[in-house]
Design a protein around this ligand. Structure first.
Ligand code: AGP
Length: 627
């Protein structure tokens, strides 16, 4: 490829704030019918959240065929059945609308001249480009993506690569683009800035996708397209170029997921399957990190100095991942006596965080793509902080923004509500806390070994909760009609409930608040009536008596209390409850694990009994790449 001579660098300020959205992308070129592969992959990408779907198929010497609609992949499938679509090279897309409403016309792909485009991201200067190329009356949709297609068409004079480079040098924003040129009917082009694209070979051809979940059915080896590089996919060859036309060797990664992990395997919903998978996911996450009965991050390539030289720790994350950080904070502060902040990634920049070269910033993320967490990390990098990621998806953007990574081995998490990713994140914090305590001398060898023995009991204790899930279902049945609900607890129990409450909110649409029990009297108890069920969690010796008093306070205001209590403490609480569930005994510090499983099951069964779409709650997307 010739040097393009086009200066593309000045257009991109990587430090500015970025926004993009959560669309799914797939592309295939090979010897199989592309329609089937695209539909299957789009189904696998459904979990990302979307409102329209579409595909484009190259047809030699004919116009590219486009089929798209607002609605589900099943709607697209039906459209495909009633249309003749033959071809072995094509692209597919699920759209989560931000720019232009939900309509057939706004669904991707978008075509201009001989060029067809799918896009994940936001083109910030679309109106400037619309004016520059006089597109006002020519565009059929309200999307920024169609503008990209038009700019590509403007620059296309026979060389796809040059058209892409010229277009990329003009567009501002975040994008991953899959592009078909009619004159090259067996080739797909891709380019990206911030928004991810992965690519791979499979037995029958070459694939590209917005995330590995779409690929795991076809291959285990893939690479992440570097930012501002162009991939050219042909059935037998994938070539990557930088924007100067220099060929670059992609870095292949091996995925440790298999296709059965992305299927429901007989469960009605992924959420249930993923809850049930937790004991195994915890085993996979902790066992490779135990050497001589002590925690070890040697296999992760993490030097002990990362833990010994840090004076402060700051955890940045969103939603469930942030809740795992709250538990990590309690553990680390109590075991090592080092200060830990846990900051919502979306608030990080606005809190003037005190971080420097002595700070270890730990970013926690299932997807590894959450834009707020990524932005917080970029900020931390500028401040010179060390950065460690706890992430589930190999090679994801957040892992590349950190010097060190601890992968959770939860496998693909498809349900929007995070369950196994959360508890494996917790497992990572238990390992970190113990390693730090051992290195810093606050735990001697014996104590560290005993802590690790207890950690290894977690899967069995989770199984004990799962085995009695019918009792939890009984509790859930009594909550189905609640409009508002409170969850109360203290200390670690409060952190656990924050996550339990988020779970219930997102899958059941019940307004649920986790409250620190001691804080109720300072205002919130005014909301407690016989209409507001209360879930109380009691697993910590130091709070049993105080918590019982707080429970009596809400009962005195008419609340029906559902008690989750560590078995050991159950006999000391003789009050009457609407329902109670005993959690298997572990050391108090570990009770968050069985308690979380019980709370996840409550949320799941309430949603199930309400007849909701458990895996795809309204308004939510699995991968949140919008600030
Ligand atoms: C979990 O149930 C949520 N859907 C959500 O809070 C999630 O944990 C959050 O968006 C962070 O995602 P990440 O772990 O992929 O960064």
């Amino acid at each position: 490829m010739e040097n393009t001579g086009i200066n593309t660098k000045f257009r991109f300020d990587h430090n500015r704030k970025v926004r993009n959205f959560m669309c799914g992308i797939i592309g295939y070129t090979g010897n199989k019918q592309v329609k089937d592969i695209v539909l299957d992959a789009l189904t696998l990408l459904e979990y990302r959240g979307y409102d329209s779907a579409g595909m484009a198929v190259s047809v030699p010497e004919k116009p590219t065929k486009i089929i798209k609609c607002a609605g589900r992949v099943t709607d697209l499938r039906k459209l495909c059945e009633s249309n003749e679509i033959e071809g072995t090279c094509g692209i597919g897309h699920t759209r989560w609308a931000t720019h232009g409403g939900v309509s057939d016309e706004n669904a991707h792909p978008h075509k201009s001249g001989k060029i067809t485009v799918i896009h994940n991201g936001i083109i910030e200067n679309y109106s400037e480009l619309t004016r520059k190329y006089d597109l006002q009356d020519k565009l059929r949709s309200q999307t920024d993506t169609e503008v990209v297609a038009a700019v590509l068409a403007h620059h296309f004079t026979g060389d796809p690569f040059m058209a892409i480079v010229k277009t990329v040098s003009e567009i501002k924003g975040t994008f991953s683009l899959g592009i078909l040129f009619e004159d090259n009917p067996d080739t797909i082009y891709a380019v990206r800035n911030v928004s991810p694209i992965v690519a791979a070979f499979c037995d029958t051809g070459a694939l590209l996708a917005s995330d590995v979940t779409a690929l795991c059915k076809y291959t285990k080896e893939y690479f992440v397209l570097p930012e501002l590089h162009v991939a050219e996919l042909k059935p037998h060859k994938i070539t990557v170029y930088d924007l100067n036309g220099k060929e670059v060797a992609p870095e292949y990664i091996t995925m440790d997921w298999d296709v059965t992990q992305s299927e429901k395997n007989g469960y009605p919903f992924f959420m249930e399957k993923e809850i049930m998978e937790q004991p195994e996911a915890i085993r996979k996450t902790i066992m490779p990190r135990i050497r001589n009965n002590l925690p070890s991050f040697e296999a992760d390539g993490i030097p002990d100095s990362l833990f010994t030289e840090s004076k402060r720790i700051c955890v940045v994350a969103c939603g469930t991942a942030m809740h795992s950080g709250l538990v990590g904070k309690s553990l680390i502060q109590s075991m090592i006596n080092i200060h830990v902040d846990v900051v919502l990634a979306s608030e990080f920049m606005y809190t003037n965080p005190v971080i420097d070269e002595d700070t270890l910033v730990i970013a926690v993320s299932q997807s590894g793509e959450t834009i707020d967490t990524l932005e917080a990390l970029k900020f931390a990098r500028k401040k010179g902080a060390k950065r460690l990621a706890i992430v589930n998806v190999k090679g994801s953007t957040i892992t590349r923004e950190c010097e060190q990574v601890i992968y959770t081995y939860a496998g693909p998490e498809i349900a929007v509500a995070s369950t196994k990713a959360y508890t494996t994140q917790l497992a990572a914090f238990y390992l970190i806390a113990c390693r730090m305590a051992y290195l810093k001398g606050t735990f001697d060898e014996e104590k560290a070994e005993s802590f690790m023995r207890e950690l290894q009991k977690v899967p069995a204790m989770m199984e004990k909760v799962l085995d009695r899930r019918d009792i939890i279902h009984k509790i859930a049945r009594k909550l189905v009609n609640a409009r508002d609900l409170f969850m109360i607890g203290r200390g670690l129990d409060y952190s656990t409930l924050l996550e339990g409450s988020l779970k219930l909110k997102e899958v059941s649409y019940i307004h649920s608040e986790a409250y620190a029990s001691g804080e109720l009297k300072h205002g919130t108890i005014a909301l407690i009536t016989e209409e507001t069920p209360v879930i109380a969690l009691v697993t910590q010796a130091c709070i049993v008596l105080k918590e019982v008093s707080n429970i009596r306070e809400v009962q005195a205001r008419g609340a029906r209390v559902f008690l989750l209590i560590k078995e050991e403490y159950a006999s000391s609480v003789t009050d009457k409850f609407e329902e109670s569930f005993t959690l298997p005994d572990m050391e108090d510090d570990f009770m968050v694990m069985p308690a979380s499983v019980a709370l996840q099951l409550i949320a799941y069964y309430v949603s199930l009994d309400k007849g909701l779409d458990v895996d795809k709650p309204r308004n939510l997307a699995k991968v949140v790449t919008v600030e």
